[in-house]
Every structure is written in C-alpha cells, then in structure tokens.
Ligand binder design. Structure first.
Ligand code: NDP
Length: 282
C-alpha cells in the first residue's frame, strides 16, 4: 500500500514558512504585495482569485485585486500591466486566465515584467528554466517538486514519465525533473503505446485532465504516482487523472485528489511572491 502524500498538510507548512519570511521582510520595511488582474466574470476564476486572496491574508502578503470588465480593450489591459510593472510597491503580478476571447493572453503575459512574473509564464522565465537558471517556476510544477523533496523522493537517475505537455504543467514539470537529473519522457495525445511507456516509470505524473485515466495496469510496482488532474465525475465529485483506489495498492507514494497537488499550487504562488519581493528590494 502506498504512502499518501499529504498536499494539504505540506501546503500549510509552506504557508507557515512564508508567513515567517514575510514577518522578517516587514521588519526591513519590505511589504510583499501581489496584484491580481481578472478580466470578465468567469465563475471558476472568481473562486481561484478568492483562494489566492485568502492565502495572501494568511501569510501576511498584501493583496490588490483589479477586476476589469468583459469589454476591456487590449490597450486598457496592457496599460494596467505597464502601470503595475512600474509600481515599486507591487512585487508580483498575476493575470488570471481565462480572459475574454478578443484579448490575446500570450501578449498580456509577455507584457508582465518577468521579475514580477510570479506565475512563471513569461518566456524569459520559461527560457531560464530550460537552461537551468534561477527563475520563477510555474506554481503547479514547483509544488510537485516541493512534494518530492519534502518526502525525500529521489529523482536522480530515475525514469520519470509525464503525461501532458501543456505550457503551465507538463512541459515545465518535465524540465524541473530533468534539471534534477531524472531521465524524462513526455507523453501526449499522439503518443503511441502509452502503457508500455508508463509501465517503465519510477515517477509517473498524470497531468492530462481525464478522470481515472491512469489505471493500475499502467503503473510499475513501487512507482511514485503524482496526480495533477482536477476533474469532476458524474456525481460532481472532484477526481484526479489516476484511479486512486486501485493504483494505491501498487505505488510506493501517491497524491490524492483533492488534497494533493492542488493546495501546493497556491502555496508555491506565495513562495514566488516572497522571492519577487526579495529580488526587487535587494
Ligand atoms: P491541457 O488540457 O492544457 O493539457 C492536457 C495535456 O494532456 C495535453 O498535452 C494533451 O496532449 C494531453 N492529453 C490529453 N489526452 C491525452 C491522452 N489520452 N493521452 C495522453 N495525453 C493526453 O491541461 P493542463 O495541463 O492545463 O491541465 C491538466 C490537468 O491538470 C487538468 O485536469 C487540470 O484541471 C489540472 N490542473 C491542476 C492544477 C493543480 O493545481 N492541481 C493546476 C493546473 C492544472 P496534446 O498536447 O497532444 O493535446
């Protein structure tokens, strides 16, 4: 039976560490502050933003919200980003996705000063990650790496398989694992013989967004299984990409959904804001 990696507990520990750091920074008159921009009325985004605001509150990070109307023009959005880039009291800028279709999210992400890019989406941060330089790492991959480190799960020399190649999860996570000396295979919707590949994994990451996609027969005995997926099943219950009940019997470590990778994502955002504050104020 696998050890369940407790993301909820670990995220609380990360937030407690952040809180301590924020208190130290405040003694030096540095007040870490996150600006969050939301455009339009996406209901899930509103929940995500509320959770980020709560985490800021808990850690002592100042939080400033910019709610823009659905009809916001590209110029208005870019002007706001530029204003926030220039404001010395703001250390992190986050643009909540999705944004309305008439706006170009890539252009908006690119406009954020990469030193304030606490989501790690700016091409400079993505490039720095690729060449192994210190940078802001996208929060979900950063959360997964923190989990592996805290549970002392070795990556060096291990076969790591990541299912999913999105720019926010699959690719940066594969890069992080590579930077930690794993031998990494990235799988996607065009991958052939997926099961043959996943069965070789010492560390298997599911980040594809398909409920219970990873079944027991796809997993090697003793593998570490990380479930990034967040899906709703027919009963409206949150489920991951892994068939948890079956895979737990075969894995050595496994993350649950909910209570696994999810809580780590926001905790790592808090870590990134503190990092930005230190970088910008030094
Ligand atoms: P995307 O939809 O952007 O990417 C999904 C990836 O999975 C794509 O690369 C796709 O391949 C691949 N894929 C889809 N179907 C298959 C298949 N049958 N076999 C192999 N690969 C497949 O999703 P995200 O990366 O944004 O998110 C993935 C999951 O993680 C979602 O459930 C999302 O909700 C969750 N998530 C969780 C977070 C958290 O905090 N825990 C944060 C972010 C996301 P291709 O490129 O070929 O299309």
């Amino acid at each position: 039976m696998a050890i369940i990696i407790n993301g909820k507990e670990l995220a609380a520990k990360v937030r407690a560490d952040v809180k301590e750091e924020v208190e130290e920074l405040k003694k030096r008159n540095i007040h870490p502050r996150l600006a969050v921009i939301m455009v339009g009325n996406d209901s899930s985004s509103a929940v995500y933003v509320r959770n980020k605001s709560k985490a800021c509150n808990e850690t002592g990070i100042e939080f400033e919200e910019f709610l823009l109307e659905e009809s916001t023009t590209k110029e208005q959005l870019l002007n706001l980003i530029e204003k926030l880039n220039l404001r010395k009291d703001i250390h992190g800028i986050l643009l909540q996705s999705p944004i309305p279709k008439h706006l170009d999210i890539k252009e908006a992400f690119d406009a954020i000063n990469y030193r304030k890019d606490v989501d790690g989406f700016h091409p400079i941060n993505v490039g720095k990650l690729a060449i192994g330089e210190d940078c802001f790492i996208s929060c979900t991959p950063a959360g997964v790496m923190k989990m592996l480190a805290e549970y002392q799960i070795q990556t060096e020399g291990k076969q790591a398989v990541v299912i999913g190649r999105s720019n926010i999860v699959g690719k940066p996570l594969a890069q992080c694992l590579l930077n930690k000396n794993a031998t990494v295979t990235i799988c996607h919707s065009k991958t052939k013989d997926l099961k043959e590949i996943t069965k070789r994994a010492d560390i298997l990451v599911a980040a594809l967004g398909k409920p219970k996609f990873v079944t027991e027969d796809m997993v090697k005995e003793g593998a570490v299984v990380i479930d990034v997926g967040i899906n709703r099943n027919e009963e409206g219950k949150l489920v991951g990409d892994v068939d948890f009940e079956e895979v737990i019997k075969k894995a050595s470590y496994i993350t649950p959904v909910p209570g696994g990778v999810g809580p780590m994502t926001i905790a790592m955002l808090m870590t990134n804001v503190v990092k930005a504050a230190k970088m910008l104020e030094n």
